[in-house]
Design a binder for this molecule. Structure first.
Ligand code: SF4
Length: 383
């Protein structure tokens, strides 16, 4: 196993949102009634499962959701204190809070800075255009988003990520470019830019069926992605993963962990955990989650044993999406049984200029990034 496995993370899922975004299929509820019992249940789960991480040194904590910023800074710190009391922490762990702009008011930010140990913010901006925010049913305006970021920086939060969405129906390339320019003007070190996918069970999917929403065509997708890549090069952001861009070195430790085989425990409804040999996930139902913990039981939904082929596929999938690519050494060391098949399979993409290689790894060229999903699925193995 490579050194990457020396990273350990904790994920806390906060399953509340104030409003339903039309593209979203994450697990959450808009009823805040259960906020306090949920915090208490999370505290219990954090304590209960400490034994699973007895020899771990935690390098990152991620508060995700849902919308964790619906919790008060006091409630967030109750959770972080519980972690600190039962887990061994690295000296300088990355502690990220996912937040929606409308929650990041000056007073909230002041408390966040003074009460909590959170040192990184990931803000769901999605768009800097009010009309597009409306289309997605986001609660904030473009102005609120820009003010939230400036306020956060003034209070001393410099390690910030913004999420943006492209390939949204009705978003033209000039408007997409404008979103990127505004992002740039805010001087934050990290960007996650996601292609809109219309997931089943979302309002967008319903609109699509009714003919009220038409997904953009391939040409638009490609153009937006090309604009994104040109922007990142010119603005000095490393395209270190298909959807992620960072000022040199300002990577998200936690996300990088996910792509490099980090072990992690996930707390809260629907949260996943991974320990190398096994993946498990909690029940995705808030009431059931609360009940299980009430009865002192881990709210487990299911677990699966990771087979060698699953582990290989995951390695190919995540490594090829990063700028470091598939390392020859790691491939041969961890997957000797698949390495020759991988190397013969990848030659056609090398010949077409979609995959490049240096002395130590294969990685996607810009041309290859445009068809990453295809290349990756072609290289995967079936059991
Ligand atoms: S996108 Fe975020 S804020 Fe919107 S519904 Fe989904 S989890 Fe909640």
């Amino acid at each position: 196993m490579s050194d990457h496995h020396r990273n350990y993370g904790l994920y806390l899922h906060i399953p509340f949102c104030k409003q339903l975004c039309y593209y979203c299929d994450f697990h959450f509820t808009v009823s805040l009634r259960w906020k306090e019992p949920m915090v208490q249940a999370l505290v219990k789960e954090i304590r209960m499962r400490a034994g699973e991480a007895a020899d771990w040194v935690i390098t990152s904590i991620y508060l995700g959701g849902g919308t964790p910023s619906v919790l008060s800074p006091q409630e967030l710190q109750i959770l972080l204190n519980e972690v600190a009391a039962h887990y061994t922490m690295a000296p300088d762990p990355e502690i990220t809070l996912e937040a929606n702009p409308e929650d990041l008011t000056p007073s909230y930010l002041t408390e966040l800075k003074s009460i909590t140990t959170i040192n990184r913010l990931s803000v769901g901006i999605q768009s800097f255009s009010d009309s597009h925010l409306k289309v997605m049913n986001r609660r904030h305006t473009a102005r609120q988003a820009m003010d939230a970021i400036k306020n956060a920086q003034q209070k001393g939060f410099t390690n910030i990520n913004l999420d943006l969405i492209y390939a949204l129906p009705g978003l033209n390339n000039r408007q997409w470019q404008k979103n990127l320019e505004i992002f740039h003007s805010l001087e934050v070190p990290h960007l996650s830019a996601y292609h809109l996918t219309i997931e089943p069970q979302t309002v967008f999917s319903y609109y699509q069926k009714k003919g009220r929403l038409k997904p953009v065509g391939d040409a638009v997708s490609v153009r937006h992605f090309q604009t994104l890549m040109d922007f990142s090069r010119e603005a000095g952001y490393e395209h270190y993963e298909i959807s992620n861009f960072a000022r040199p070195g300002c990577y998200s430790k936690h996300n990088l962990g996910y792509w490099t085989g980090m072990y992690y425990l996930g707390f809260g409804p629907s949260a996943h955990s991974f320990s190398g040999l096994e993946r498990s996930w909690n029940v995705a139902n808030n009431t059931q989650y609360l009940q299980e913990l009430e009865n002192e039981r881990r709210p487990l939904a299911e677990k699966e044993i990771i087979t060698p082929v699953m582990s290989y596929n995951e390695f190919v999938l995540t490594a090829l999406r990063t700028m470091w690519g598939v390392s020859f050494e790691e491939l041969h060391h961890r997957f000797p049984e698949y390495s020759s098949r991988f190397e013969s399979g990848i030659q056609k993409f090398v010949a077409d200029g979609q995959v490049l290689y240096n002395h130590s790894a294969y990685f996607l060229s810009n041309k290859g990034k445009l068809m990453a999903d295809y290349i990756i699925s072609d290289l995967m193995q079936v059991e």
